[in-house]
Design a protein around this ligand. Structure first.
Ligand code: ATP
Length: 369
């Protein structure tokens, strides 16, 4: 599916400011963004529940939206699973799933075996078909909602925060089962969420939305490690942001000298313009002050590390511990700098202990701040 120049206004307020997004066939894409950034509005336009003000949507060569003209929702062949699954409470699980299977064109036996097949597809026991939705767990109900959406053999599946009502463990398992099912069926999938971890783990492609625009589109790993701007960096996880002087491809900061690279692309055709001097890796390039960003896991405790400091506090999460460290003052930075790293052993980072640090990998430098 291809979305081009999509805009949407409610009255005089513009909500979507020209969205361009390509969903390769059979792929999984996640749109992540803060509340109110326009994610649901975009999903509703794709589903046909809302109209666009401008722009185009094309699926498998067929135009679905052309400005204000659009194909009605029931002719789009798009499945939709909402946050609460929205199962019909008065129908059994089987009747919910079979709702869209035309009773006139298939026999009762064929219909029942199709329902059983759909239940198996979402990793549920076909015997559940006779139960009422209320007799199922939240995770099972979401899988039934997915089976119902799959019964139409959609070209595209839209998932609007379908896991957000589930508790942590169930959420992870259901997400995996749903993702696997859709990939096995070869269905192009678009998930909307405001959960960063979910966004990074579910998809092949991640689109970060902010204030009605896509701030960055790319592979999740790439967007996480080379965010296009500092807001995206902060939104997708913890970020250590430091003032630095960058010359060529080397930054000098409170952590010593660190190799730096460019932020990722904003969108496929929109390369960030880096000052020509900074792109030049030669040391004759002029030095410039700018912020740099590292992920906390790039800072490691190491006995032979060049940077020393004192642990101020720890925050224990089981497998991991967040360690806040006050760095020793250096001649270039007489003001104390405090930063947070991620460590695996709470015993080697007790509060007040003296530690040494080293930096792993490269930082991302932001010439525009
Ligand atoms: N029918 C409407 N009329 C007027 N404004 C609307 C309408 N629907 C949405 N909006 C506004 O559009 C903006 C984007 O809303 P949208 O629901 O798309 O955001 P979202 O990113 O999905 O947020 P959330 O994560 O909270 O669901 C909000 O400011 C919202 O108030």
């Amino acid at each position: 599916m291809t979305i081009t120049g999509l805009r949407k206004s409610f009255g005089s307020t513009q909500i979507l400011h020209g969205i361009d997004l390509e969903l390769p066939r059979g792929s999984r894409t996640t749109i992540v963004g803060p509340s109110g950034s326009g994610k649901t509005t975009l999903l509703r336009i794709i589903a046909g529940f809302a109209t666009a003000s401008e722009g185009h949507i094309e699926m498998n060569g067929r135009p679905l939206v052309h400005g204000k003209t659009s194909v009605p929702p029931h002719l789009r062949n798009i499945g939709f699973v909402a946050q609460d699954g929205a199962l019909f409470p008065h129908l059994s699980v089987g009747e919910n799933i079979g709702y869209a299977i035309d009773k006139r064109s298939v026999s009762r036996g064929e219909r029942e075996s199709r329902i059983a097949e759909l239940l198996e597809m979402v990793h549920l026991d076909p015997a559940l078909a006779r139960r009422a939705p209320a007799e199922l767990s939240g995770g099972q109900q979401q899988r039934v909602a997915l089976a119902r959406a799959l019964s139409r053999n959609p070209d595209l599946m839209l998932l609007d925060e379908p896991f957000s009502a589930l508790d942590a463990g169930l959420r992870k398992d259901t997400r995996k089962a749903v993702g696997d099912t859709l990939t096995e069926a070869g269905i192009t999938t678009l998930l909307v969420t405001h959960d960063q971890a979910e966004a990074l783990s579910f998809s092949d492609q991640l689109a970060v939305m902010r204030a009605g625009k896509l701030a960055q589109v790319g592979e999740p790993m790439h967007v996480y490690s080379r965010p296009a701007d500092l807001d995206t960096a902060r939104f997708l996880g913890d970020a250590v942001i430091l003032n630095a002087t960058v010359q060529g491809s080397l930054a000098t900061c409170v952590l010593g000298q660190i190799p730096v690279r460019l932020p990722g692309r904003l969108a496929p055709d929109d390369v960030v313009r880096w000052g020509s001097a900074a792109a030049d890796s030669s040391t004759t390039a002029p030095a410039r002050d700018m912020p740099i960003m590292l992920r906390p896991e790039q800072l490691r405790l190491a006995e032979d590390g060049q940077i020393s400091g004192t642990v101020v506090e720890t925050d224990f999460f089981g497998a991991e511990v967040d360690v806040t460290i006050r760095l020793d003052p250096s001649p270039s930075d007489p003001e104390p700098v405090t930063l947070k790293i991620r460590h695996w052993n709470v015993q080697t980072a007790l509060p007040q202990s003296r530690v040494r640090l080293r930096v792993v990998g490269t930082a991302v430098a932001y010439p525009q701040g």
